[in-house]
Design a protein around this ligand. Structure first.
Ligand code: NAD
Ligand code: WQD
Length: 339
């Protein structure tokens, strides 16, 4: 299938390209590299059949979108491009609505120009907000507590309404906490500056770039008092997109899927798993709770298993080991790289 991958140079997008190309899908990336670099695509080319076409451009730019649609004529779009920092979204709400919501709408309009009817969308478990019950199933009420979460929920709704009117297929994938790296250690997460997220922070402590992990709160109502999340290996997450493409090809309408393992681990579990993978101590101290954090998130991934035929395969040890291998091989991420 010809698949347009917006944000394909990013963390999740790059891993997804590898899975798509392994199954002989034809891919074209649209990315403005605001949070990535073309070097990532050079690596993807060197790890695959090399046939990755790429257009540098903004997903809100209707002229660029029109050109890509007419030249590449995608049969499906996987839409990763967007901004994802929760804290930043509260400080710069209009930028987040613009890139995430208007970006999605511009893309749908451009798809209409060539009658492209399949959209796979990167949503987030953050759309659920505070849990009424756990694990979260897809029917759990959505009450996002951040601007970022609201841009994802509104984008989901725009895609639903579009699919209904156009007879299209929209697959809304609500990711839980993506972590890990490609087993080759050539692709991984490369945050700019101080990592917001736990796993890349632990990795930078392990490699000696930061002194210690701050554990945000040890008085939650969880077995060890630290926050618990459903961490999902990025290669499993990438595979979910391939399954979603097949699903969209045969199923019109909109369907939402949780993409998680169904397990959850605490901050201390993650530090311990990483220390075992890296075979070194990971120093940490307990700090105050982080504003807006919730005690626990966990997916019920049974719908994805039943309807997409997808389930996570990687263990916590795989997540920690692959992150460590990536971090150790690329201590400065893609920045030092020649490709
Ligand atoms: P990422 O920042 O690594 O990748 C996003 C890509 O989109 C980057 O290459 C960036 O340059 C590009 N991009 C951003 N704005 C753009 C624009 N206006 N036009 C064109 N390209 C643009 O992030 P990621 O972790 O790979 O996340 C991918 C998607 O998954 C995002 O939509 C994110 O919100 C969503 N998501 C991520 C997580 C997570 O924790 N990583 C969790 C749930 C959902
Ligand atoms: C995980 C746990 C922290 C850092 C975020 C977004 C969410 C989604 C994924 C995009 C929590 C604790 C963290 C640290 C810590 N992204 N922690 N010390 O907050 O679950 O989710 O990323 O859609 O929308 O909100 O992930 O990795 O930041 O935190 O103790 O230095 O680790 O308190 O319990 P989170 P995270």
């Amino acid at each position: 299938m010809r698949v347009l991958v917006t944000g394909g140079a990013g963390y999740i997008g790059s891993h997804t390209l590898i899975e798509l190309m392994a199954l002989d899908h034809e891919v074209c990336v649209l990315d403005n590299y605001v949070n990535s670099s073309p070097v990532v695509l050079d690596r993807v080319r060197s790890m695959s059949n090399g046939l990755v076409s790429a257009v540098e451009g903004d997903v809100r730019d209707s002229a660029v979108l029109k050109r890509v649609m007419q030249d590449f004529r995608p049969e499906a779009v996987i839409h990763f491009a967007g901004l994802k920092a929760v804290g930043e979204s509260m400080a710069r709400p209009l930028e987040y609505y613009d890139v995430n919501l208007h970006g999605t709408m511009a893309l749908l309009r451009a798809m209409d120009q060539i009658d492209c009817k399949r959209m796979i969308f990167s949503s987030s478990a953050t759309v659920y907000g505070e849990p009424d019950y756990l694990p979260f199933d897809e029917d759990h009420p959505t009450q996002p507590t951040s601007v970022y979460g609201r841009t994802k929920l509104l984008s989901e709704r725009a895609i639903s309404d579009w699919a209904t009117v156009r007879g299209g297929s929209g697959v809304l994938l609500r990711y839980f906490n993506p972590v890990g790296a490609h087993p080759s250690a050539r692709l991984g997460e490369d945050p700019d500056g101080v990592p917001d997220n736990l796993m890349p922070y632990i990795a930078q402590v392990a490699v000696g770039k930061r002194a210690e992990v701050s554990v945000f709160g040890d008085d939650y109502d969880t077995p060890d008092g630290t926050g618990m999340r459903d961490y999902i290996h990025v290669v499993d997450l990438a595979r979910a997109h391939v399954a979603a493409l097949d699903y969209a090809a045969s199923t019109p309408g909109v369907r939402t899927f949780n993409i998680g393992t169904g397990d959850s681990y605490s901050v201390l579990d993650m530090i311990k798993a990483f220390a075992q993978a890296a075979k070194r101590d990971i120093p940490y101290t307990v700090a105050p709770r982080r504003d807006g954090d919730i005690a626990k998130m966990q997916a019920d991934p049974s719908r994805a298993k039943a309807e997409l035929g997808w389930q996570a395969r990687h263990t916590l040890a795989d997540m920690a080991q692959s992150t460590w291998n990536w971090q150790r091989a690329n201590p400065d991420g893609y920045r030092q790289s020649e490709g």
